[in-house]
Design a protein around this ligand. Structure first.
Ligand code: G16
Length: 542
């Protein structure tokens, strides 16, 4: 039986950079999840009888939200739901499942790298039939619908047993509980030279993969330990927990600090990596060397041909605007296109679908390719392993050689977290207001060559996204970028991205913050960060 339930709108259901993210108690309000899911269904057409993929990163409230989503999919006329066992699907695995099964779309339940637990974060994101996050025109339609919604449909049926593989009925709809790992692991095996990586492990190569008690644990155990023969225990913190063991599942130098310390120690293994809550981000650390996500994108693109899935070369590279220009010089040398998009993986979808780009990446620890339509943490780790196996060199040597060939982009991101929303908005507003006057002026000895607010015209569908980040470019090619995060759930986060290009190998040995010192000071001065926020230092430096 189907119930049509009357409801009233919530005024805060605007999707951010990647879906709707809020604190768990917000999602637990009666009707909150239902309103948002119904608004998704009401904003897309043609799903009757079609397949919907549902899965999440296992965080607190995942199972409850999934049961609601299944009952609503049944009531709204979907023909089939595919859901990962235990309610688990990494974001890239969900993307693959959508594509492989020609599903209509998917619901990905995650707040990514944000902490989990009864008082922490939850999220719901809608992915379209290409497997990627819904583009802005759909997320905007969803938001409009949330403001007017007055009813939702839900089937009065028992909960589905999410822990048993197999097929069940939910009203007229079929529910398939599938192995969350198998199809994804097969896809990885098709892209990479598993024999070469297996031989490398067999000859004593050691790595540590920190799954941060999030969704990639089972994937890493299956792929790294079972299929590639890495020694048991290579995947650490490999059991997904609803609260991620009380940590932030954010693979950066702050939250994966133990891994960083290990990799900088004398007894470091050859390779260290980590992934985030939902498995789409990656952290790469070699013995004694951290690889910035921007450098990792450039390095992966330059060496991708060493992996069977990319043997024929790349069609193009895409990066988000705040990501460093390291990949641009790789694209130039390869003679392929380079695309600069706003922050958010959703902007890569059209480029990948149109065959303009093969590899994409972001400074926020995301890299991926046209194999799915999400960024993919384990994919990046496996491509690195494939490259290490093919080149028979360590990470440090490969990174140094890359810098010698292409030059080095010193790069860092400074985050000011928990800023009052109005203070943050005013800071960006004040920057925008003085953009025109900045070129030609000098700040801290650095001359400003240009300044703008990034605007993107999608080359495939012509859609325009404005106000995507304030850029200040200095003479000589250095730059600072300012934007507000679109993924947080408390207050505002101001992100400052700082970059300096050093072509001369003699200048490649500096410590990053030191190499960027004058730019960091200039950024603070231009935006008036300390005066406006009262914060003398950033909350997080990556
Ligand atoms: C999401 C998006 C990414 C984006 C990142 C940072 O990542 O999918 O494309 O780069 O947020 O966004 P912001 O700077 O607005 O916080 P994830 O891993 O959180 O889904």
């Amino acid at each position: 039986m189907i119930s049509i339930v009357s409801t009233t709108p919530f005024n805060d259901q605007k999707p951010g950079t990647s879906g709707l993210r809020k604190k768990v108690p917000v999602f637990q309000q009666p009707g909150y999840v239902e309103n948002f899911i119904q608004s998704i269904f009401d904003s897309v057409a043609g799903y009757r009888g079609q397949t919907l993929v549902i899965g999440g990163d296992g965080r607190y409230f995942n199972r409850e939200a999934i049961q609601t989503a299944i009952k609503m999919a049944a009531a709204n006329g979907f023909g089939r739901v595919m859901v990962g066992r235990g309610g688990l699907l990494s974001t890239p695995a969900a993307s693959h499942l959508i594509r492989k099964n020609e599903a209509f779309g998917g619901l990905v339940l995650s707040a990514s790298h944000n902490p989990g637990g009864p008082a922490e974060d939850f999220g719901i994101k809608y992915n379209i039939g290409n497997g990627g996050p819904a583009p802005e025109k759909i997320t905007e339609a969803i938001y409009l619908r949330t403001q007017a919604i007055d009813r939702y449909a839900i089937a009065d049926i028992a909960d589905i047993d999410l822990d048993r593989l197999g097929t069940a009925k939910a009203g007229d709809m079929t529910v398939e509980v599938v192995d969350p790992v198998a199809d994804y692991a097969d896809l990885m095996e098709a892209l990479f030279d598993f024999d070469a990586i297996r031989s490398m492990f067999a000859s004593g190569f050691k790595m540590v993969f920190d799954a941060m008690h999030a969704v990639t644990g089972p994937y890493a155990v299956e792929i790294l330990e079972k299929r590639l023969g890495a020694e048991p225990g290579t995947a650490r913190n490999a059991v997904p927990l609803p609260d991620f063991g009380g940590h932030h599942p954010d693979p950066n130098l702050v939250h994966a600090h133990d891994l960083y310390e290990l990799m900088m120690s004398d007894g470091a293994p050859d390779f260290g990596a980590a992934s985030d809550g939902d498995g789409d981000r990656n952290l790469i650390i070699g013995k004694g060397v951290f690889v910035t996500p921007s450098d990792s994108l450039a390095l992966l693109a330059a060496n991708a041909h060493l992996a069977p899935g990319y043997r024929d070369g790349l069609k193009g590279i895409a990066r988000s605007m705040p990501t460093s220009g390291a990949a641009d010089r790789v694209a130039e040398r390869l003679g392929i296109g380079i695309y600069e998009t706003p922050t958010g993986w959703k902007f890569f979808g059209n480029l990948l679908d149109a065959g303009l780009a093969t590899i994409c990446g972001e400074e926020s620890a995301g890299t991926g390719s046209n194999h799915v339509r999400e960024k993919d943490g384990l994919w990046a780790v496996l491509l690195w392993l494939n490259i290490l196996a093919a080149r028979q060199q360590g990470v440090k040597d490969i990174v140094r050689e890359h810098w010698t060939t292409y030059g080095r982009n010193y790069y860092s991101r400074h985050d000011y977290e928990g800023v009052d929303a109005k203070v943050a908005d005013d800071l960006i507003g004040a920057l925008r207001a003085k953009l025109e006057k900045l070129p030609g002026t000098t700040v801290g000895g650095l001359k400003i060559a240009a300044a703008d607010d990034f605007s993107y015209t999608d080359p495939v569908d012509g859609s325009i996204s404005r106000n995507q980040g304030v850029r200040v470019l200095f003479e000589g090619g250095s730059r600072v970028v300012f934007r507000l995060s679109g993924t947080g759930t408390t207050g505002a986060t101001i992100r400052v991205y700082i970059e300096r290009f050093e072509p001369d190998p003699a200048g490649h040995g500096a410590e990053t913050q030191e190499a960027l010192r004058d730019l960091i000071a200039a950024a603070g001065e231009i935006a008036g960060i300390a005066e406006r926020t009262g914060m003398k230092v950033p909350s997080v430096i990556t």
